[in-house]
Design a protein around this ligand. Sequence first.
Ligand code: HEM
Length: 208
Amino acid sequence: MAVSGIVMLLYLIAHMIGNLKIFAGRESFNGYSEWIRTIGEPAVPAQTTLTIIRIVLLVAVVAHFWAAVSLWRQAKQARPQRYVTKKPVAQSYASRTMRWGGVIVGLFIVYHILDLTVGAVNPAGTDASPYDRAVAGFSNPFVTAVYVIALILLGMHLRHGIWSATQTLGQSNKRREKTVNLFALVFSVVLIGGFLIVPFSVLFGLVD
Ligand code: HEM
């Protein structure tokens, strides 16, 4: 769970930074999209690097999902009957929404690829450039609202996930817990803030 999560997190950091190219204009943003497809050329055929990234991400998503299901099964086996009373005092909202939050983020990724990579559900359509797709999509408040909700859920998922990963990988103890929690919060807010700035800038006309 932790290792596949870290792989996806690294992708998210790069993706968020890459998205900020939208502020450099249409050519820069579309050029970046073209560059991802041509890395390594002519030493390797077109799209080789992108295909490798896609395979690594797909393996990470499947591993993450598989690990989540195994953990859920183990937890069920460890306690087959429900608690009579359950006081969620020691749990944060994020920790209680990991499963459904994860499923919703997974569904969002499918929608997002159909929207901005394929263009099938984007108002500008399949022939438009990535820049025009992003502007056409985020100009619609409903589309932006879907992204905002998914990104906030992703942020909560990451905050708890980063904390859990440090437990799993042995990087946390009682003394360090406070620092780890603060780091997880600041990291998630900065990452999600970096993503959110793009749809909001389009919606409010700063990017058009
Ligand atoms: C507002 C936030 C986001 C914006 C503006 C954005 C923008 C884009 C754009 C423009 C593309 C198409 C790139 C191209 O075809 O060259 C893309 C692809 C993609 N995005 Fe995002 N993205 C955002 C958030 C996310 C999030 C939160 C995730 C994951 C949880 C994500 C995962 C992906 C994936 C997996 C692809 C497909 C990459 C590929 O295989 O070609 N994106 N994004």
